[in-house]
Design a protein around this ligand. Structure first.
Ligand SMILES: *Cc1c(COP(=O)(O)O)cnc(C)c1O
Length: 480
């Protein structure tokens, strides 16, 4: 039997049928963990494909020339790269090994892009030989790309990363990219036939913004269309504009639960009472001179505007200069619009399941439930993963006796508490029961996973819909 933690006052995650099917099958979960160890990461390929289709539908409804690049840094699994390529979309790579592996899995100059923050000589050589477009961040990269392209007797296809867009009177700072106010002059002066960087073929413009504002993305795209027009007039041939990732997703069933949680957390920080989180952790909120200050340092788990609708808002943004939408200007100019979604293509794709190792009561009288996993196996830049977990009980006959617990992990650190929030359960789990964390594919499973203590990295398994699932339906990513 499976049951969500926090029957009341929780943060109820959106769950998919496949997650319910797996959680409902205690035997399957036990077999998977006996076979692959704890925790296991499960990936549902049909959901990934559905997410791709949802973005496709948006672009097709505007009749746009488009391409989607799955930002694979959000999840390491090869299975998803294969699925992306098989579905006809591209893959955004951000390191040598991401690029190399994506090429081995069938990626090509047509389907891949390289956007690494730091680009080594090896990355440029690999990309230029394969004809993979490289998104250039600065003058030194132009220099290196041009040098390597010359040595190889090739042209390097590049996009230029741009930042510093002005939105509502404020300039958006970024450590990445060329500043919008100087980039046109730079490109006109240095890039192209007969110029300093003559082995570079600038075929597109690129940006990726921090945060999740559709207005900022809309304005930045609008500015890029203008810039592309001017570059075209000066003899360049801009074919694409890539607006990066950062498309919001919604993890939670209820807005009310989200706002209630925020309220209670602030109150706990203000009063020191509430016992919502381990050691009264404020998850970013702090009491300063008697006031609750700073902000929640987590992903915004509830978002009314998300996914396809978020993308539509960016495309519907109207250029203040001529009141035309981005979509209609892209179409009129026949610029290909590109996106690089990571998290949003992984919506509802993954689940992490771990085995209960022990239960203990600490000196404060709190129940700690030790799991065979560690904090790096469910960690993003968020202070906490704000979704209620699911408990999969093996013994279904015991009487209920409600208990509040914290789930703890295998690192030798005091702070390896897997969820900072206290979770109430209908009864204390037994050793060998399982805990499932849903919707973990985007950034949670892998982004910070380490081999500290020489722990094995968790197994990554992928599967497709089937009425009766057994261990053999799950493909180990190592075998791909
Ligand atoms: C991280 C990143 C992405 C993906 O961002 P998501 O928030 O996962 O959609 C896309 N492009 C670039 C350049 C990035 O750095």
């Amino acid at each position: 039997m499976y049951i969500k933690g926090n029957k009341t006052n929780g943060l109820t995650p959106i769950v998919s049928n496949w997650m319910e099917q797996v959680m409902d099958d205690e035997g399957l979960i036990k077999d998977l963990i006996d076979t692959y160890g704890s925790p296991v990461n499960l990936h549902h390929l049909d959901t990934f494909e559905k997410n791709i289709e949802d973005f496709r539908d948006v672009f097709e409804s505007y009749d746009l020339n488009y391409q989607i690049y799955y930002a694979r840094k959000a999840n390491k699994s090869k299975s998803l790269v294969k699925k992306a390529l098989a579905s006809g979309i591209g893959v955004d790579t951000a390191s040598y090994r991401e690029l190399e592996q994506s090429l081995q899995l069938g990626g090509t100059g047509q389907s891949l892009v390289l956007t690494s923050a730091i680009k080594t000589r090896e990355q440029f050589v690999k990309a230029i030989i394969a004809g993979v477009p490289v998104v250039i961040d600065n003058d030194d990269e132009c220099q290196l790309a041009n040098e390597i392209a010359t040595e190889l007797g090739k042209t390097a296809v590049v996009g230029i990363r741009i930042s510093g867009f002005e939105v509502e009177g404020e300039k958006l700072y970024s450590r990445f990219g060329f500043d919008i106010s100087e980039v046109q002059q730079f490109i006109d002066k240095y890039i192209g036939v007969g110029k300093k960087y003559e082995q570079l073929d600038i075929s597109g413009l690129h940006f990726h913004l921090d945060g999740y504002s559709t207005k900022q993305r809309g304005k930045s795209l609008s500015d890029c269309i203008h810039l592309a027009n001017e570059l075209d007039e000066n003899g360049h041939n801009i074919s694409f504009i890539d607006i990066g990732g950062g498309i919001l997703i919604n993890y939670l069933e209820s807005e009310r639960e989200w706002t209630e949680f925020d309220k209670k957390l602030k109150k706990q920080v203000a009063t020191g009472e509430g016992n919502l989180t381990f050691s009264n952790n404020g998850l970013g909120y702090e009491l300063i001179n008697g006031n609750v200050e700073r902000s929640l340092k987590t992903y915004p788990y509830f978002n009314k505007l998300n996914g396809a609708d978020f993308l539509r808002e960016v495309l519907e943004f109207r250029d203040p200069r001529n009141n035309e939408t981005n979509a209609s200007r892209l179409k009129a100019n026949n610029y290909q619009i590109r996106i690089e979604p990571g998290r949003s293509l992984l919506k509802q794709v993954g689940m992490t399941v771990a085995r209960v190792a022990h239960r203990k009561k600490d000196a404060k009288g709190q129940w700690l439930v030790g799991l065979e996993m560690n904090m790096s196996q469910m960690m993003s830049s968020s202070e906490d993963f704000l979704l209620d977990p699911y408990l999969i009980y093996t013994d279904n006959n015991s009487e209920d006796a409600e208990v509040e617990v914290f789930f703890t992990g295998a690192y030798c650190l005091e702070r390896d508490v897997l969820l900072k929030r206290k979770i109430s359960l209908p009864r204390l789990p037994q050793i060998g029961d399982h805990v499932a964390f849903v919707n973990t594919a985007g950034y949670m499973m892998h982004f910070f996973e380490t081999e500290a203590h020489l722990f094995n990295l968790s197994a990554n398994l992928s599967f497709s819909d089937s009425v009766n699932l057994s261990v053999s339906d799950f493909i180990d990513d190592e075998k791909l």
